[in-house]
Design a protein around this ligand. Structure first.
Ligand code: ARG
Length: 306
């Protein structure tokens, strides 16, 4: 194997992959949110939604969304991020507020369009596709994969042209083969066997090019071994903390232009906060109780793009 990393997808063995040889990437600094006007809990799409139908406090949900938006506005003023943009929620699209899922925007104004598992969420996708089109993005439509849920399952290695792709609940491994070839980026796929961690963004938070925090119960032995090969330092977060506080759905922002680092997360975690502090993040703790009832927290409620 040459020192060049092949553009391919890695399922079982990442030995040929050297992060230090992967070309660099600057981080996206624009944040897109979706207004929660029509957010609701009307069915069970994931384990966290069991017994939550009809239990949403809509006024509180709106307040929590506004509080998150205020944090992003503050981060903009402090030059941690560049922009905060909002797409309007649509009546009948009860989960549209979780705008990490409908697309995967990447470099060179390309955006992979999701194929949502649940029919009610499929209706959300065209609104995001049109939004990115209006910004000059080229859409990539998957041909062979049946399911793909965007940045909910596809997480970039910090500052590298390398992706991690979760599969098992909401994304089909075939999606990653197509994405890898189309975007010309290697992808390490990670199976998610535990129903509490149905998207990769519920259990895996890269913190720097060599550090990651995760919940080991969310992965298979093979997946964990691959992650251990690619990150030299792993912060293991207890499963109960990851489930109860959604701390692994934190949004960590690393502005590689000015070195500013911020993490926004649900209140109440301990191990995850320690890890973030050790890695130099300024932490913003907020309340997202109404969104956790639907199986999401901060990371799910925004999209980062270039
Ligand atoms: N209720 C939504 C669903 O089940 C929550 C999505 C959360 N998003 C995320 N990126 N984890 O689809």
């Amino acid at each position: 194997m040459s020192t060049e990393n092949a553009i391919k997808i890695y399922h079982d063995d990442v030995k040929g992959l050297q992060v230090s040889n992967i070309s660099s990437r600057s981080e996206p600094l624009k944040v897109l949110m979706c207004s929660p006007t029509y957010f609701d809990i009307i069915d069970v799409k994931n384990a966290h939604m069991e017994g939550q139908s009809g239990k949403l406090d809509k006024a509180l949900a709106l307040q929590q969304w506004n509080d998150l938006k205020d944090v992003y506005e503050t981060l903009k003023q402090e030059n941690v991020i560049e922009e905060v943009l909002v797409i309007e929620g649509v009546e009948g699209c009860e989960d549209m507020v979780f705008c990490a899922n409908q697309t995967f925007p990447w470099l060179d104004k390309s955006v992979v369009i999701s194929k949502m598992r649940h029919p009610s969420r499929q209706k959300e996708v065209p609104y995001f596709e049109n939004y990115f089109k209006s910004l000059g993005y080229q859409s990539i439509h998957l041909q062979t994969a049946n399911m793909f849920e965007g940045m909910g399952d596809t997480i970039p290695h910090p500052q590298k042209r390398l992706l991690y792709g979760g599969f098992g609940h909401r994304s089909d491994p075939k999606a990653y083969k197509e994405i890898s070839e189309t975007l010309q980026v290697p992808i390490v796929t990670l199976e998610l066997p535990n129903p509490n961690f149905y998207h990769l963004d519920t259990c895996f938070v890269p913190l720097s090019t060599n550090e990651v925090m995760l919940c080991k119960e969310a992965f298979t032995a093979v997946g964990l071994a691959n992650i251990q090969q690619l990150f030299s330092k792993i912060y293991y977060i207890p499963e109960s903390e990851a489930i109860d506080t959604f701390c692994l759905n934190a949004h960590v922002i690393n502005n590689d232009r000015n070195g500013k680092k911020a993490a926004i997360m649900q209140k109440g975690s301990t191990h995850a906060i320690d890890a973030l502090k050790q890695c130099g993040y300024k932490i913003y703790e907020i309340e997202t109780s109404e969104y956790m009832k639907s199986g999401g927290s901060v990371f799910c409620m925004k999209m980062m793009f270039y």
